[in-house]
Ligand binder design. Structure first.
Ligand code: KE4
Length: 430
């Protein structure tokens, strides 16, 4: 890896004016024992840092860049919209077109409300669920991350797992008291909570493919059982598709697995790289949301025209060219299948989980099927893996408990570069 003088200098400056020098802990590189790289530009599957070092990028802004960075059509759509005004604080046709497109892609989204992040989407979906059911409790799964919503920062994944605890300080006990914790891929843990709290649970919120404790796929029958348990109890089933939405299929994980949730949340890909989130689902549920109903939710920049234009262009490019999904699925099979073979040959005490174009290499024998098994990973060895790959010009997620993301801009050569560097790593050049 080349010199990082400019990143180091920027980090020193950043720490003077930004908590920890970053605007999101996931970018801090603390989990891999390094100072963060400061990136300057990106195009296609590559990013370039402040010192001019170029990397094949598998962070992809944590999911939004499914077409690759700086896709010309998306840039043009954003620029064209911006030239007409950055924000109005009034309704626009673009918002209607976006909601119609989301419903066309995801039929369960009978009504959609745009917000500005995945966090806002999950926070609002929970409030709508509580307002519709009149119930207070929610069930989430240990290791799943749904954004920094107070009630969901309990046994959460992603950046919390780089720190001391999967719980966050600053969340009042009273706020967390209504959050019940189940175990991913263990439907009996949900059944027990519903039995213990009959008629009290407003919603079960789940990442249909967990991707914030590393990637953990749903085992056969898990999602179907959640659907049945919610139907039996009257709790709503919320699919948090902020990562999986528009990635695992045009209609997200709910299309891939054939499950219809009551509410869904989206973000990332939906905005084409600009700040966007959305929640929605059943018409009868979403009709509780203001100005129709008593559940208040609002936002100055919700449905921002520039974000709508960029996000819609990205979704339309995905919709018009199904070959993109075939490409990223094939690259996923090549990358994660290749890593599985290499690790197995090396008897290396690691395993790979993947679904389509997202996946994770865990430094534990596995299988990794839930939070407890993910936590057995050797995070120190992951840090050495990360550094080795960075030295080979490959930028992976700077933490064990995240996902690697492929895009339409990645090539077989990009994947083969990862596999070659992995061969070196497992050949003892750690
Ligand atoms: P945002 O508020 O960061 O837009 O979305 C929150 C969120 C909600 N639901 C799921 C399933 C998510 O993965 C996320 C955010 N994902 C992380 C990466 N694991 C974002 C990276 C970051 O926090 O900087």
């Amino acid at each position: 890896m080349g010199k990082t003088d400019k990143s180091r200098a920027l980090y020193a400056r950043a720490q003077e004016v930004i908590p920890g020098g970053v605007n999101s802990p996931a970018r801090a590189f603390g989990a891999v024992g390094m100072e963060p790289l400061f990136l300057e530009r990106a195009e296609g599957a590559r990013v370039t840092d402040a010192d001019g070092n170029s990397y094949i990028d598998f962070i992809g802004s944590w999911g939004p860049m499914i077409l690759g960075h700086a896709r010309a059509e998306v840039l043009a759509a954003a620029g064209e919209a911006a030239a007409k005004g950055m924000s109005f604080g009034a309704a626009t046709e673009l918002e209607v077109q976006m909601a119609e497109l989301v419903r066309a892609l995801v039929p369960s989204m009978e009504l959609t409300r745009m917000v500005n992040s995945g966090t806002e989407a999950t926070m609002s979906a929970l409030r709508a669920a509580r307002g519709f059911t009149g119930r207070d409790k929610i069930i989430k799964f240990s290791g799943c991350y749904h954004g920094h919503v107070d009630a969901l920062l309990v046994k959460a994944g992603s950046g919390l797992l780089a720190g001391a605890s999967p719980d966050s300080a600053g969340v009042s006990a009273s706020c967390a008291a209504d959050t019940l914790i189940a175990s991913y891929n263990d439907a009996d843990s949900v059944r027990a909570l519903l039995k213990e709290h009959p008629g009290e649970v407003a919603a079960v919120i789940v990442e249909p493919v967990a991707a914030n404790m590393g990637v953990v796929p749903p085992e056969p029958g898990f999602l179907e059982t959640l659907r049945a348990l919610c139907d039996g109890d009257g709790a709503l089933l919320i699919f948090d598709e902020v990562i999986t939405g528009f990635r695992l299929a045009p209609g997200g994980a709910q299309e891939r697995y054939g499950i219809r949730p009551d509410l869904s949340t989206f973000g990332k890909i939906l905005g084409g790289g600009l700040p966007v989130g959305a929640y929605g689902g059943r018409k009868d549920v979403m009709e509780v949301v203001a100005p129709l109903g008593p559940v208040y939710q609002a936002g100055t920049l919700s449905g921002n025209p520039v974000s709508m234009a960029a996000g819609m262009k990205q979704l339309l490019l995905l919709k018009e060219d199904p070959g993109i999904y075939a490409h990223i699925e094939a690259l996923g099979a090549r990358l994660f299948g290749g890593l599985t073979q290499i690790a197995r040959r090396a008897g290396a005490g690691c395993c790979v989980n993947a679904v389509g174009s997202i996946g994770s290499l865990f430094f534990t024998d596995g299988p990794v099927r839930d939070f407890a098994s993910a936590m057995r990973s050797d995070t120190g060895r992951y840090a050495r893996w990360f550094a080795h790959m960075l030295g080979a010009g490959i930028l992976l997620a700077p933490a064990q408990f995240e996902a690697a993301f492929l895009s339409a801009a990645h090539t077989e050569a990009d994947v083969d570069a990862v596999l070659a560097a992995a061969e070196d790593f497992f050949a003892g050049k750690e």
